[in-house]
Design a protein around this ligand. Structure first.
Ligand code: F6R
Length: 609
């Protein structure tokens, strides 16, 4: 987490830094700060608790001028979100912004205290500032000093260092947290996400693991982990910047929910032509690998984990290949057995989630056939480090709560499973069936979104509750989990999801007249079983909200609300059933007045474990 931006220019960079921080705020918004230095070596540092807007207001009232600067928006790991813990951290002439966690910070702190350094914050980052200052006393350029400093650091970092006494140069180091150099004309930048530089440049150099870079106005030197000077390929980005405009919507989340039918329509138009699915990104070797796969392992976190869980049902029911799904933070720290000819799939919106990335790196030592990433950010670490990647093409997702990245992941997964069926069996009819079902998906999604007044009304009742239970069976169990996650993360209402068949094994004890129970009841083969589970809840006085087909036989009654959705083919039902849950969470959060695009304690890109 945390957003970093640095600039070296021949003009004042305060506005560049502040505009960049606004763009990076999705990475954390506990506190923000910057330091700028002018060519005479005069520096000013400003830090504020809370959102970047607090820093922007303070900057407007402060005399800040400088052609070299670094800035940071923080998601607290070590130390409370207080001004004293906000970055940049300074040790006499050395200023540092840092994303990541220095695991041996306590030992380093103790050693530096013994050397006479005084710490003013509780952060691990202040250790880096003092360490650079201490190493600098032994001589060498700042680049050489940082090369020596990183040898002391255990953990992860993307950091940018500035020597106030020698402005015009920034040193950046990457290990576990992404950093990208933006190349301007007579000015250069360093940033944790290239999007923050789109108004300034479209040309980027992605630092690789272990790289240390020296950046000045007209020169960039990159040293790799083996201390060799290296060139990194300059990449031009063609991403759209206008996604940062909310348009007619009040919130990014609302905009992103409503974008889904169009985004999916575009994906289908691009990927499905003449009755066939095509993946331009995959070459012959990728297809050979897919053909060879006898087992699928999917690793992901959060919402991406939920889409992986849905895909688990598809891999086994449609493609008849075994699949297991695991949370990345669990997978990376346990001893696992790799089944023969297993393909590892990682799923991630950002492609920078620390645990998912670590899981991918671990898989390379474990004997997987290969790795395929399904991701929304083409330039991300996950995509660059995977053998093959498929883009979800959801467009930029700004809201912290994932919506369109979830449904586009599902579409991509369904296309992949379907393609796999055709690869394994040329006679397979799955491709034809899936494409027929998907054709109508955008229309069904639009029909559901058009009922938004109904969901806004239902949200009135839900917003007064403290606990909500979600139930689903089969491939709708992960959708129930996603509904519960959406509700808790943006409305702060406690929500739990259960596989409906599990109710009587414990959770039924929770049910009383105060607990709303939201049930996903598509008209499929599991409906009769689900109806029995619904009766068990009804008999205990639960307040039921049933999402179902028009012809599934439910009727409204006291304490039972039926929400009718279109009749759907089984394979696309989960992709449609999540929409009412997204809308419900959105409207509950609106009623509760939470900062729903930036919910408390969360950040969009989880780059620390
Ligand atoms: C929830 C949400 C998170 C992310 C999770 C993984 O709405 O957005 O749970 O899904 O942090 O992020 P990615 O997909 O970027 O790896």
């Amino acid at each position: 987490m945390c957003g970093i931006i640095g600039a070296v220019a021949q003009r004042d960079v305060v506005d560049v830094l502040l505009a960049g921080l606004r763009c990076l705020e999705y990475r954390g918004y506990d506190s923000a700060g910057l330091i700028v230095v002018n060519s005479q070596g005069q520096s000013s540092r400003l830090r504020r608790v809370g959102k970047v807007s607090n820093l922007v207001c303070a900057a407007a009232k402060t005399m800040l001028l400088g052609e070299t600067g670094i800035a940071h928006t923080r998601w607290a790991t070590h130390g409370q979100p207080e001004e004293i813990n906000a970055h940049p951290h300074v040790s006499t002439n050395i200023a540092v912004v840092h994303n990541g966690i220095i695991e041996n910070h306590e030992l380093l702190r103790k050693n530096l205290q013994d050397e006479g350094y005084t710490f003013v914050s509780e952060t691990d980052t202040e250790v880096i500032a003092h360490l650079v200052n201490w190493e600098q006393k032994k001589g060498g350029s700042l680049l050489e000093v940082v090369q020596r400093v990183v040898l002391h650091l255990h953990g992860t970092y993307g950091m940018v260092i500035l020597d106030i006494y020698f402005p015009g140069i920034l040193i950046a180091a990457r290990s576990g947290s992404p950093l990208v150099i933006g190349c301007g004309r007579g000015e250069n930048f360093i940033v944790s996400d290239p999007m923050a530089l789109f108004p300034l440049t479209r040309f980027f150099l992605y630092l690789e693991e272990g790289d240390i870079a020296q950046i000045s106005c007209n020169d960039i030197i990159i040293i790799d982990r083996h201390s060799n000077v290296v060139q990194r390929r300059k990449i031009e980005s063609h991403l759209e910047y206008d996604s940062y405009d909310k348009g007619v919507y009040t919130h990014y989340m609302q905009k992103e929910i409503y974008e889904q039918p169009q985004v999916i329509q575009n994906i289908l138009a691009y990927r499905c032509k003449n009755g066939l699915i095509s993946f331009d990104e995959l070459d012959d070797s990728a297809y050979a690998l897919l053909k060879k796969a006898q087992h699928i392992k999917i690793v992901a976190c959060g919402t991406s984990y939920h889409s992986a869980m849905v895909a688990h049902y598809w891999w086994e029911s449609l493609a008849k290949v075994s699949c297991d799904v695991e949370i990345a933070s669990e997978f990376r720290y346990r001893q696992s057995v790799v089944r023969e000819n297993s393909l590892l799939i990682t799923l991630s919106q950002s492609g920078e989630t620390a645990d998912t990335l670590a899981a991918l790196r671990l898989s390379k030592q474990l004997g997987y056939l290969g790795s395929l990433s399904i991701c929304n950010v083409a330039s991300s670490s996950l995509v660059r480090e995977s053998d093959f990647a498929l883009m979800t093409n959801a467009g930029i997702e700004v809201s912290v709560a994932s919506t369109k990245s979830f449904t586009t992941q599902l579409v991509l997964l369904l296309l992949l499973v379907t393609k796999f069926c055709s690869l394994k069996d040329k006679q397979s009819l799955v491709e034809q069936d899936t494409l027929e079902s998907l054709e109508k998906l955008p229309t069904y999604m639009t029909q559901v979104l058009l009922q938004d007044i109904l969901f806004s009304e239902l949200a009135k009742e839900l917003s007064e509750k403290n606990h909500v239970v979600f139930l689903g069976r089969g491939d709708h169990y992960p959708i129930a989990m996603e509904g519960a996650l959406k509700l808790k993360e943006i409305s702060y209402i406690h929500a739990e999801a259960y596989a409906a068949g599990e109710l009587k094994h414990g959770p039924l004890a929770l049910i009383d007249t105060n607990i709303p129970v939201i049930i996903l009841a598509p008209n499929n083969t599991l409906l009769p079983k689900l109806k029995s589970n619904i009766e068990e809840v009804r008999a205990r006085g639960g307040l039921l909200y049933i999402l179902t087909d028009t012809n599934s036989g439910f009727v409204n009654s006291e304490r039972v609300r039926i929400i009718f959705l279109p009749h759907l083919k089984d394979v696309i039902a989960p992709i449609v059933y999540v929409l009412p849950l997204q809308l419900l969470s959105y409207y509950v959060a609106v009623r509760k007045g939470t900062d729903l695009d930036k919910p408390r304690n969360l950040a969009k890109s989880v780059t620390v474990e």
